[in-house]
Write a new protein. Structure first.
Length: 399
């Protein structure tokens, strides 16, 4: 696309293309420093050297290079009782910018964020159901409009675009009440490649809920442990896995996609988790009894739902979520589970409290029950997760 230039910083390209071990190690160390500053916050050079195990001289060289590239900036001097004041280094918000596009079952979103995750611009489009043509058309128009709204300097430092989309979209047609033939065009359609042909910057693709987990790692305001299971309750429930402080996606990029997990439903049948713990189920209950559920996805602060409707949905969803968590604990021994979703915070907190209570009633001999806590991004998690894909690929260490 004319007028949009790749980020001028070439450290990651050097790392990927070089045949030199020395330059490759330098790029890895730069990623290491950036990753630590992102997770810990501003630090003086001496503390960075301690945390990385690198020599003071190596850290100084890295910091000068990253500062020259515009990725780091100096903070206010820290004055102690002894010696010279130290200067913490921090991520520079203007160091790079990232586009993130969420492809949903009923809407698409595009955001632009800076290097620290602050949202610069946001565009949104609704539809009855997604098709490749609709998604590509939205991307083309939205990127053009969004890039026209920022300065030339910001456009030049757009470092990439991420797409967070459900995998196997054609399989969801019947569940959302659409003729399967209308979504069959997704079968064999390479969304990442088609999108990459439209723009001059790198394009990355990830599962939507897995990407939301990545957003929690990259932009979240909490302090989760290095390993956790992430559950995102959206139109369909999904999830992700964090290991050693990084997103673990598995061989096909679908690790932690918990929706297909089989659970015992309240009626005794075996069903997939997405059948009983997704918001589509709550929406259908609301439509059947209240007649209109549009407010559920149009408003995020509060949903007006009759208590008996919500109680009935929770009665199905909570035991199923508890079964998933127990299975995850048995397999991976997660110390923590984060639950987030496209819902008001009071409902999310009610789900967490109910799941915690349900776990106390389940047989759990030989298992350490993980701590259940809230994610910090809510409805923003998936578009932010999309934006985190190019950031992670180009500027962070990955597991």
């Amino acid at each position: 696309m004319a007028g949009i230039e790749p980020n001028p910083t070439d450290m990651i390209d050097e790392f990927e293309a070089t045949g030199s071990n020395q330059s490759g190690m330098r790029a890895r160390n730069e990623r290491l420093v950036l990753s630590i500053l992102r997770r810990v916050g501003p630090l003086p050079k001496a503390e960075i050297a301690r945390k990385t195990g690198l020599s003071a001289q190596t850290v100084s060289v890295i910091m000068r290079a990253l500062e020259a590239d515009g990725l780091l900036e100096r903070g206010e001097k820290l004055r102690g009782k002894v010696g010279q004041p130290s200067v913490p280094m921090r991520l520079a918000p203007t160091g790079a910018y990232f586009l993130g596009m969420k492809v949903g079952r009923r809407s698409a979103e595009l955001i632009l964020v800076d290097f620290v995750g602050t949202e610069i611009a946001h565009l949104h489009q609704t539809y009855s159901y997604p098709t490749p043509e609709l998604v590509l058309d939205f991307a083309r128009r939205a990127v053009t409009e969004l890039c026209a709204s920022v300065s030339d300097a910001q456009r030049r430092r757009i470092a990439g675009m991420g797409i967070a989309s459900p995998f196997y979209l054609w399989e969801w047609a019947s569940m959302i009440g659409v003729d399967p033939e209308k979504m069959d065009a997704w079968r064999g359609f390479d969304l990442r490649a088609e999108m990459a042909d439209l723009f001059d910057f790198p394009v990355y693709l990830g599962n939507d809920a897995t990407s939301a987990c990545g957003a929690e790692l990259t932009f979240g305001t909490g302090d989760p442990p290095a390993d956790f299971l992430y559950i995102y309750i959206g139109y369909f429930v999904g999830g992700g896995i964090a290991l050693h402080g990084a997103l673990y996606t598995g061989r096909a990029g679908n690790a932690g996609a918990v929706g297909p997990f089989l659970v015992s439903a309240q009626d005794g049948d075996r069903r997939q988790l997405l059948d009983v713990a997704s918001l589509i189920g709550l929406e259908r209950r609301v439509e059947a009894q209240q007649g209109n559920a549009a407010h559920m996805f149009g408003q995020q602060d509060h949903w007006t739902i009759e208590p008996e409707i919500l109680d009935a949905w929770l009665a199905d969803a909570v035991p199923a979520l508890a079964q998933l968590i127990l299975a995850g604990s048995a397999i991976m021994d997660f110390p923590a589970v984060l639950i987030d979703g496209h819902m008001p915070t009071d409902l999310r907190d009610r789900v967490i409290a109910a799941v915690t209570k349900e776990l106390e009633t389940q047989p759990r001999q030989g298992l350490q029950i993980p701590t259940i806590s809230a994610g910090t991004l809510g409805p923003r998690a998936r578009p932010l997760g999309a934006a985190s894909l190019p950031l992670s690929k180009r500027f962070m260490l990955e597991a």
